[in-house]
Write a protein that binds this ligand. Structure first.
Ligand code: ZN
Ligand code: ZN
Ligand code: FE
Length: 724
């Protein structure tokens, strides 16, 4: 049996199954997975095999079961044997998992020895990836190595009939990690309106009461985080429903073992500075006994945002956290179980009953993703620059790393380098082929170029986006890929981001695009959307730009000169078109976080507005300037901004569908990738429009459509070319 079958209660499960069917033999781990020899009647053996496949323990994932007849050994009963783990390790380390119901019941049971204890876990739950230092996965190679099991825990650990049989993090109040402060006291810190640093599974969170405006505002100031929304942790589903609308799929996600942050439509009240300008809230449920105890003691929604300053990586080492969070947190609810690998919370949302991954990290990493072909040799894909991840591949598996973050930050870059080394060791992969973006200034590209003794391959950013979406859906077929993105370097040296590609894993041809406009000031144009408004207004009206508030910007004339000089780089980025429209309708001139203007433009759209504009299609080019003229005309006629925003979204969706229809040339599948597809309104209306034209539409299911998914796409493209 191969897959995620070690450290997840698989051998006890096999043992229990064999005993129930009165089979004889043994089970043990080996370097390839789990091996069992079983003796019994053919009917019982068939039942045994069926249950292996259909009913494995909650954290296990059985990829393959190979069966071969062996000579009868006449075993007296069924035994769990100690592991034989020499040689290369092919087994997979499991992701961290939220506390199971049985473990939480113990925490709440005054008669249990783990009553009120913050670190109970079993083979079905608890930390895994974040505590692993090396493979094979056993206690000595985790950050639990320093805690000597007491006799009671040892008994549970050694008993195949126990829920804790060979659960490496097993512990109790007598022998396990301890809190730095009683939970009751921590709750009082929060009630006083102070900021509490809470050490979790993959790093520190900063917590305040979510309905305490003064506290939330203070946390924002101290963290230097101006507008970006904070995530909340609520006690249970009932508390989630009081704040947000929770659909069936959203409920499943909230309560899943991965326990991601789920972005939900807000219906209740929290402090205004939790999520300024947003109609949604990011909620998660407690996923450790410590969270369970803390939320129980406070009994109110908490802001739980990552423990860092602005763009730095989340703090996870204790001394470092004490230092870096000293000016932010008033108190620390910490503990003495070290965190080996920092892992941020994962983020998802649901659009038209489709799961939309925004950030894939805790609870999912290092789960492998299957490739639709076999790699010829081990591959490392280095990813992009922002929201970066990297990916390792061997055989037909890809291991996409946890969310590392923006590599502009030096500390983040260092953790990227360490992360690559850690995952190479964990999966015993020595890359021979290293893949990077075409952008020469990405830190990930420079990292790739510095690797010695490997072959290097560059993959175009938007081809990687589309390939990532293909692999994410287990597909390798040719599709029409609509890559709507911020910016990425195109094969022609201009900045792409609004492309329609006819693509498969091995190659692509651009068959449509957003008409390029100047990007005046390069990076400055990303931070100051009014510059894109200028670029598009000039494209639409020449020097005769209509009188709009945005035109009054103090630097307008200087930047108009730059935009007209022919020196500004050209871009076909769809993200920048959103920026332009946001600035034109008056959402904002400058942003404090990536894509803020576009996000706020979406948030204010009137969902009931069904109107749209003339489709701005000119052959296979989308004429953004024509779309801007329609917007300006509406504004001149006094149409409310909420309606204008909705019409803009709808028009772009209809345009995408029409363009795909024109260039389909026998293709019936469209793949949507690139960060712009995180826009729920645009995605929903584009799905409607494409499906109305008979297209099957692939969207991401496991890795994000943003640059967090780039590494998987790079790996797929380079691997597919290398294999053929
Ligand atoms: Zn458990
Ligand atoms: Zn113990
Ligand atoms: Fe991108």
């Amino acid at each position: 049996m191969t897959g995620v079958v070690q450290g997840v209660g698989f051998r006890p499960f096999v043992w229990g199954l064999a005993r129930a069917l009165e089979l004889r033999g043994w089970v043990r781990n080996d370097t390839a997975g789990v091996v069992a020899e079983v003796e019994g009647t053919p009917a019982d053996l068939a039942r045994f095999l069926a249950a292996l496949r259909d009913d494995p323990p909650p954290l296990a994932r059985v990829d393959d079961v190979q069966v071969a007849p062996v000579a009868l050994a006449g075993e007296p009963d069924f035994a769990v044997l100690t592991s034989d783990l020499g040689g290369a390790h092919r087994v997979l380390v499991a992701p961290d998992a939220a506390s199971c119901a049985a473990c939480l019941a113990e925490v709440d049971d005054p008669a249990d020895r783990r009553y009120g204890y913050a670190f109970g876990s079993c083979t079905h739950c608890g930390p895994r990836y974040t505590i692993v230092r090396d493979v094979p996965y056993d206690r000595a190679r985790t950050t639990m190595a320093g805690f000597l099991m007491c006799a009671d825990c040892r008994r549970e650990y050694d008993d195949p009939g126990d829920r804790r049989f060979h659960a490496q993090p097993v512990c109790c109040p007598a022998c396990g990690p301890r809190l730095s402060m009683p939970v009751r006291e921590a709750a009082q810190v929060l009630r006083r309106g102070e900021v509490l640093a809470v050490k979790g599974i993959g790093g520190y969170h900063l917590a305040v009461l979510a309905d305490d405006e003064a506290a939330v505002a203070r946390l924002r100031r101290r963290k230097h985080r101006e507008d970006r929304p904070f995530a909340l942790m609520v006690r249970d589903l009932g508390a989630a429903r009081r704040l947000c609308q929770v659909g069936a799929l959203e409920e499943r996600l909230l309560t899943s073992v991965a326990r991601p942050i789920v972005l939900l439509e807000r219906v209740g009240q929290v402090a205004a500075s939790v999520a300024p300008g947003q109609r949604s809230l990011g909620l998660m449920l407690p996923y450790t006994p410590l969270h369970h105890l803390l939320l129980g003691a406070v009994d109110a929604p908490l802001v739980m945002t990552s423990g860092n300053r602005s763009d730095e990586p989340i703090a996870h080492r204790d001394d470092d956290a004490r230092g870096r969070l000293a000016g932010i947190a008033d108190a620390f609810l910490a503990h003495d179980r070290p965190i080996e690998t920092r892992v941020d919370d994962s983020v998802v949302k649901v659009v038209r009953e489709r799961l939309v991954p925004i950030r894939r990290s805790r609870g999912h990493v290092p789960q492998s993703l299957p490739l639709p072909f076999a790699l010829r040799r081990p591959v490392l894909a280095c990813g992009a620059q922002l929201k970066s991840t990297f990916a390792l591949g061997r055989d037909d598996l890809a291991f996409v790393s946890h969310h590392v973050g923006d590599l502009d930050d030096w500390a983040t870059y260092q953790s990227y380098v360490r992360g690559v080394e850690h995952l190479q060791r964990l999966f015993q992969v020595t890359p021979r082929l290293v893949v990077h973006d075409l952008h020469p200034d990405y830190a990930s590209t420079r990292y790739a170029e510095a690797r010695e003794g490997v072959d290097l391959v560059g993959v175009q950013h938007h081809h990687a986006h589309i390939a990532s979406c293909l692999v994410d859906n287990g597909s390798a077929e040719p599709v029409l890929g609509v890559a709507f993105d911020g910016t990425g370097l195109g094969s022609d040296g201009t900045l792409w981001g609004g492309e329609v590609l006819r693509a498969d894993l091995r190659g692509f041809e651009r068959v449509g695009q957003l008409r390029p406009v100047p990007l005046p000031g390069g990076e400055a144009a990303v931070r100051e959307p009014w510059r894109m408004a200028l670029s598009y207004l000039r494209a639409a009206y020449g020097d005769d730009v209509p009188d709009l508030p945005v035109v009054g910007h103090p630097h307008w004339r200087a930047v108009a000169g730059l935009a007209g000089s022919g020196l500004a780089p050209l871009t076909s980025s769809a993200g920048r078109l959103f920026d332009a429209v946001a600035a034109i309708v008056g959402v904002r001139d400058a942003v404090t976080y990536e894509a803020q203007a576009a996000i706020e433009l979406e948030q204010l759209a009137d969902r009931d507005e069904s109107g749209s504009y003339l489709l701005p299609l000119d052959g296979t080019e989308v004429d953004g300037a024509a779309l801007v003229r329609s917007v300006v005309e509406d504004l001149g006629n006094g149409v409310p901004v909420a309606a204008v925003s909705a019409r803009f979204h709808t028009t772009l969706a209809l345009t995408v569908a029409e363009l795909c229809d024109q260039v389909r040339d026998g293709l019936s599948t469209v793949a949507l990738s690139g960060g712009v597809w995180q826009n729920s309104l645009l995605l929903a209306r584009t799905l409607d429009a494409l499906e109305a034209k008979g297209f099957r539409v692939l969207t991401h299911q496991h890795v994000p459509c943003n640059d967090g998914g780039i590494s998987l796409g790079q790996l797929a493209v380079a691997g597919a070319l290398d294999a053929s």
